[in-house]
Design a protein around this ligand. Structure first.
Ligand code: FES
Ligand code: FES
Length: 130
């Protein structure tokens, strides 16, 4: 399969690879798997006191499209509020990366990972009673 230039760019120079400590203040961790292929994506956000995502990191065990999708969304979420981050649609990811139909689930993985990271962050905030 031919990957688009943007997929190759993110695949060869992935942005924001890495991890925060799970218990670090303001960190939310989303871990999702794709039943279709068994790939796994871990995506983390770091939220500041104003509720803005100031940093994001990912680790993806998966295909080039999954790596590119997660790399792209870590760029997109920076500077966004949580609600804005939840608005990121897999269709926008797929369009930006020109993913073919068989690779759409890779972009869904990235959307799900963001949602999971936001949910995890909110759960921690509630636990702290903030
Ligand atoms: Fe799993 Fe893409 S099918 S790597
Ligand atoms: Fe399964 Fe890309 S995440 S093929």
């Amino acid at each position: 399969m031919a990957y688009s230039e943007k997929v190759l760019d993110h695949y060869e120079n992935p942005r924001n690879v890495g991890a925060f400590a799970k218990d670090e203040a303001g960190v939310g961790t989303g871990m999702v798997g794709a039943p279709a292929c068994g790939d796994v994506m871990k995506l983390q956000i770091k939220v500041n006191g104003q509720g803005v995502i100031e940093d994001a990191k990912f680790k993806t065990y998966g295909c080039g499209s999954a790596i590119a999708s997660s790399s792209l969304v870590t760029e997109w979420v920076k500077g966004k509020s949580l609600d804005e981050a939840l608005d990121i649609k897999n269709t926008a990811i797929a369009e930006e990366l020109a993913l073919p139909p068989v690779k759409i689930h890779c972009s869904i993985l990235a959307e799900d990972a963001i949602k999971a990271a936001v949910a995890d962050y909110r759960k921690h905030q509630e636990a702290k009673g903030e």
